[in-house]
Design a protein around this ligand. Structure first.
Ligand code: ZN
Length: 407
């Protein structure tokens, strides 16, 4: 149930009257932070409300319910909501603010699906304890959605009911299961945006943003031999399993941990019966790389594997699923701006490179300056102790509001 804010909200903060960026850089953002401090309880209540509308990626009905609710919230702030309808997942929600203006928007990117099946709330109720809010999807990433709402509301209050620049919000419903149905929408909106701000959870309890993410891909290496009876015609067979087994150490050697290149032969399959010389065997390899250059290098190495038994053949299929988010000059510039704002808010914003992918990988791969991990600060994403630190909400919202203007 919504609770009333304990204190009266302060007056709207006027936009800084500065013409030069250097002048703005010197000013502490005390008033802005105060504005969000006064709305902390309101943010907690809104997050709780979103968490209590469960939205597992694989339940279209549940997801559509949440996206309709979200569309209403963003429209109440003056946005124009549009659904990208898809048959198997929740409809992806796009909300445009100030689209009639010529300037390119900044893209606020996120997802409203969670990894938790319907009914999880029964055993994992949304609750406040020890300064934290617990609940399924609270960190990944329903608190991030509320930061978007709150930052937009504040910017409107500070700029006479209009955003200081065009903003596009995209909330997809399939991020937790690979973003297959939303990738093209994300990419097409990113192409027309000045920058992409990804409101996924921050890294660790000190709240670092993510300036690099590894790319992720998969290859299937198949060995083809010749089947034969293992007793009657042993000499006529060519074992695909023996061939594959000899290739695996070579594949494992392509790992170069110093450069962040890893290959994991995670699955092997082969053979039909114990008394048949196996004609086929496959190895499925998960690989992670930090740069596109490394992705091409790994691909080249895998595709040039040669059969050790000349009578066997090798087939290599697969490739990159999510390109790496590289720490380009555009990413660094965006991070510096964010760190400058954080400094004016009174804290030091760290940056980190991580192994897992997000939709930010897609936008960054297009060369669009991307900053990820701007969302909630907490622990336990995808786990039963998933939680956010409530005290972090105001400054994260303030950072986002200022960054929308500066990006
Ligand atoms: Zn997420």
């Amino acid at each position: 149930m919504p609770r009333k804010a304990a204190r009266k909200p302060s007056k709207p903060v006027p936009p800084a009257k500065t013409t030069r960026r250097s002048e703005a850089a010197a000013q502490p953002l005390t008033e802005q932070l105060k504005y969000f401090e006064e709305r902390r309880e309101k943010m907690v209540e809104t997050i709780r409300h979103l968490v209590e509308v469960e939205s597992p990626s694989d339940d279209k009905g549940a997801c559509d319910k949440l996206s309709s609710l979200l569309a209403g919230r963003f429209e109440a702030l003056g946005g124009h909501a549009k659904f990208h309808r898809v048959p198997n997942f929740g409809n992806h929600l796009q909300v445009d603010f100030g689209a009639e203006r010529r300037a390119k928007p900044v893209l606020l990117l996120g997802h409203y699906d969670t990894v938790y099946p319907l009914g999880t709330l029964k055993n994992m109720p949304c609750r406040v304890e020890g300064g934290r809010l617990f609940g399924p999807g609270v960190l990944d990433m329903k608190s991030g959605i509320v930061l978007m709402l709150q930052a937009i509301e504040a910017l409107r209050a500070w700029h006479k009911d209009a955003l200081p620049r065009p903003v596009t919000v995209l909330l997809v419903s399939d991020e937790e299961v690979g973003s297959e149905s939303s990738r093209r929408i994300t990419e097409s909106l990113a192409r027309n945006s000045e920058a992409a701000l990804v409101i996924e959870p921050a890294l660790g309890l000190d709240g670092a943003v993510k300036t690099a993410r590894k790319g992720v891909g998969e290859y299937v290496v198949k060995a083809l031999g010749k089947a034969a009876h293992s007793g009657l015609d042993f000499e006529k067979g060519e074992s695909a399993i023996v061939e594959l087994a000899r290739q695996i150490p070579a594949i494992a050697k392509f790992t170069d941990r110093k450069r962040g290149i890893t290959l994991n032969v995670g699955l092997i399959q082969g053979g039909t019966r114990v008394n048949v010389i196996p004609a086929e065997a496959t190895a499925t390899v998960d690989f992670r790389i930090a740069t596109m250059k490394d992705a091409r290098e790994v691909e080249k190495k895998l595709r040039s594997l040669k059969p050790i038994n000349r009578k066997c053949k090798l087939e290599v299929k697969g490739g990159l699923n999510r390109p790496p988010m590289e720490r380009t000059a555009g990413v660094v510039a965006l991070y510096s701006r964010a760190a400058g704002i954080a400094h004016r808010l009174g804290w030091r914003l760290g940056e980190a490179a991580v192994g897992g992918g997000s939709d930010g990988n897609f936008t960054a791969a297009l060369g669009i300056p991307t900053l990820d991990g701007l969302g909630g600060v907490g622990e336990g994403a995808h786990a039963s102790h998933e939680s956010i630190v409530i005290a972090e909400l105001p400054r994260r919202a303030a950072l986002l509001a200022e960054l929308i203007q500066a990006a």
